[in-house]
Write a new protein. Structure first.
Length: 547
């Protein structure tokens, strides 16, 4: 298991000295802006939050089965466990967004079950929460999204609000985005905006549900460092759900492992690492790399060729001369920072975007010379898995998986289609949710369903946009193995956009790094490890890969 220490990241993404100094000056004097009369909770008053023998079920599905967990003041507790184990349900009990079927939830010394709605609302004002999805309001600007809690619950003037928002956006490197709308932001930027909104009123307890999901390695380090700085300067208490092993060791004072509805381990990160408990061993050992040999003919027969590709949106140039070849029947992993242009490049390959200039050939077709009907036909020969699973809420999981067969494989009988669906359900270990609906399953399970739906048509070209985002290390390894198995079984040409460096080096025949709209490096994993490009080295080291 690799635990990287003191990983570097972009200088522009570090907390500025001015921002850190301002935090230090104001740490002791700041009050909760929504409840300025409340005195901060002190360690002498006991645990800031506690769960005692908490049980929770949804229908017949038991999620929490006797949870006992105490959150210490000024400490960071990281909750880990496999996808779908109930971590998000647990964290929502900590600020009474969910109520247990039995057991006790205590927040700031109050038994939440005994409080009326106004009292609960006041307690929640002392907390902040960042959910897996950004939950931003599309009709509001970044400023309006972040200031929303202040606007709704205080008498602070608009000018004061803007000063406060500017202050919190400065260390997040988002000041220039203050008046933009969520639709204009990358996924990483949206994550940082949600981070700012959760902290704007200066809460005492902050709950993070996968705060770094979907971020590139450099931004993960940045967010982790920001969490550490905020905790130190403001004596912040925090609970973090995380799948990122590097983050766990950077952030955690205490680690709690959730397994089959119970906390089966609680201790320091180092104690968790050496625990003899089998679930913990599987969790930490899943990150171990298995070296793959890259065949000498890895550049034979490129099925996709990109030459000097340019694309701008308004005045913003995103692709600035991309040159890249995707070899046939190999796995090419495209890496790069959030907003670097990876997804834009992918959408050009799919024929969803038309380049401003340059050439793009896919299976012998020059896309700039094709019409929409031809591009649609090309897409039917590709399998696609995007960041969001994009499932149909009105269909069961089995129906979602079967959907491409009904739409795109006319010659397949109902019996054959059902057989293939059953195989996918079994292969991805989701038989137990076959008759459930997307709203009834976890984010990690939705990702697996999306993967099953993408593979089921047996495409020749398979495209994955962050297939492991939001997954625990065990499931990441399983998804990697599934990609490798599907690639080998069906003779696929695979393109994977990834932020996960362990996954990248585990599955790639070829890696291409996009940096500032261009290809900074392309080659085998071994070539990347010995690259002299400083941006390449910063990126892969931040992801825990040592050369």
């Amino acid at each position: 298991m690799r635990v990287a220490q003191n990983q570097p990241f972009y200088a522009s993404q570090r907390l500025s000295k001015t921002a850190s100094r301002d935090m230090s000056k104001q740490a002791d004097s700041r009050k909760n802006l929504l409840l300025p009369h409340i005195t901060r909770w002190e360690p002498s008053q006991g645990y800031i939050a506690s769960l005692t023998d908490v049980h929770k079920a949804f229908g017949n599905k038991v999620v929490l089965d006797g949870i006992n967990l105490n959150i210490e003041v000024g400490k960071t507790t990281v909750i880990i466990g496999q996808s779908g184990s109930g971590k998000s349900v647990l964290i929502k009990h900590l600020n009474a967004l969910l109520h247990p079927d039995s057991g006790t939830v205590t927040l700031f010394g109050e038994d939440c079950a005994k409080l009326k709605t106004p009292q609960l609302y006041a307690l929640r004002m002392r907390t902040g929460m960042i959910l897996q999805d950004y939950a931003l309001m599309d009709s509001m600007s970044v400023f309006e999204n972040i200031a929303f809690p202040i606007e709704e619950n205080s008498r602070m003037s608009r000018k004061q609000q803007r000063e406060l928002v500017r202050e919190i956006l400065t260390p997040l490197d988002l000041v220039d985005a203050m008046d933009k709308f969520p639709s204009e932001l990358s996924g990483g930027m949206k994550k940082r905006v949600s981070f700012a909104r959760a902290l704007i009123h200066q809460p005492e307890l902050v709950l993070f549900d996968e705060p770094t999901t979907g971020l590139d390695p450099l931004m993960i380090v940045f967010v982790d460092e920001l969490i550490k700085e905020l905790r130190r300067k403001y004596a912040l208490s925090s609970v973090i759900i995380s799948h990122d092993i590097q983050s766990i060791f950077r952030l955690a004072d205490r680690v709690a492992y959730l397994h089959e509805g119970k906390i089966i381990f609680e201790g320091t990160p180092n104690e968790a690492l050496i625990s003899p408990l089998e679930p913990l061993q599987r969790f930490f050992n899943a990150e171990n790399l298995v070296e793959r040999e890259t065949p000498a003919d890895s550049h034979k027969n490129a099925v996709i060729r990109v030459k000097d590709l340019h694309k701008s949106f308004g005045e913003k140039a995103v692709l600035k001369g991309i040159d890249l070849e995707i070899p046939e029947k190999k796995i090419t992993v495209i890496i790069g920072g959030s907003g670097s242009g990876k997804s834009v490049l992918l959408k050009h390959v799919l024929g969803l975007f038309v380049a401003d200039s340059g050439e793009l050939w896919v299976e012998g077709l020059e896309l700039s010379k094709t019409n929409e009907k031809e591009r649609v036909m090309l897409r039917t020969r590709m399998g696609m898995l995007f960041q969001g699973a994009a499932l149909f809420d009105s269909m069961t999981i089995a129906q979602n998986i079967a959907f491409p067969l009904r739409e795109r494989v006319d010659s397949l009988s109902s019996k054959e289609a059902q057989k293939r669906v059953n195989e996918m359900l079994e292969q991805l270990k989701i038989e137990d949710i076959a008759h459930a609906f997307p709203s009834e399953i976890s984010a990690g399970q939705r990702k697996r369903v999306g993967l099953a739906r993408a593979i089921i048509t047996k495409p020749k070209i398979m495209i994955y946009d962050e297939p492991t985002t939001g997954q625990d290390p065990i499931m990441i390894r399983y998804v990697d193995d599934m990609i490798l198995e599907a690639h080998k079984t069906f003779g696929l040409t695979s393109i994977v956009i990834s932020h996960d460096m362990t996954s990248t080096f585990r599955i790639a025949d070829q890696i291409a790094m996009v940096y500032e709209g261009k290809i900074a490096q392309v080659g085998t994993p071994a070539k990347f490890l010995t690259s002299q490009n400083p941006e390449v080295q910063r990126f892969i080291r931040a992801g825990g890969i040592a050369s």
